[in-house]
Design a protein around this ligand. Sequence first.
Ligand code: C2E
Ligand code: CA
Ligand code: CA
Ligand code: CA
Length: 276
Amino acid sequence: AKNSGRNTLRFFDPAMQAALDRRATLESELRQALKGRQFRLHYQPQVDIERRLIGVEALLRWQHPQRGMVSPNDFIPLAEETGLILPIGLWVLETACELLKHWQGNARTRGVQVAVNVSARQFRQLDFAAQVQRVLETSGANPALLKLELTESLVLEDVENTIAKMHAIKALGVQFSMDDFGTGYSSLSYLARLPLDQLKIDQSFVRNLPGRKNDETITRTIITMGQGLAMEVIAEGVETEAQCVFLEELGCRVYQGYLFSRPLPAEALDAFIAGS
Ligand code: C2E
Ligand code: CA
Ligand code: CA
Ligand code: CA
């Protein structure tokens, strides 16, 4: 790179330049997506041992006008880097709370929870608790049915600050789940101090059940830990009966995965609810 003055770096490596161009394109398309209403939420059912629907996880989808459906794994990292995750995340929260409000009016869906993924950058905003409060008030959603999913890396960035903020949000009546649990490095002493309602066993462990001894051990440990700390334990990525039976034998009571349903648009969820 050669400095061309005025703080601009010019790259002459064509491959690197191409990558930067793609990134710039994606970034401007992401900005466009928000204005152009190209985002959707899909909802993946979470069921109890009787396979009754007890909650859903809201998962972001980008319906790109040319490229079709773009996976969140392909745009959330850039959205985080650029800060676009802030307006996007707020839209997700608002949309999820509108669904909750809508569900409150129907006897079949009244108690069903909605879980929302929260990115680190979003959670670190000084006014995040106030944002959550405002969205709850504006939508009229029951706070007890909203669950925020945090990751271990987010929590560990600044444990003291995280705990304080979690308590402020819990005071609104909202619940917390620790997503992808077991993949990070949270120590047991931290875990016990966090006001968590749920631990979510990561699908990378569930995938190899039953059979892979190490993953069986980790799964068993997480379930025992959750029971000891009075936290609900949910397994994600459950794809087979054998996985489900094994998890149930270990004492896991809540499941999410393709075995029950893929993430569905809100309209298609009605069919799942009618059948559950
Ligand atoms: P995650 O929070 O761990 O979500 C679970 C992912 O596993 C989802 O992928 C879901 O579709 C997929 N999945 C569910 N059941 C199964 C199964 O049985 N087998 C397999 N192989 N996969 C299953 P998805 O929707 O592509 O989302 C990927 C990631 O993007 C999420 O991982 C989450 O980290 C992020 N994400 C999605 N929506 C949002 C959002 O609204 N905000 C933020 N900050 N992140 C989001
Ligand atoms: Ca999640
Ligand atoms: Ca997860
Ligand atoms: Ca995951």
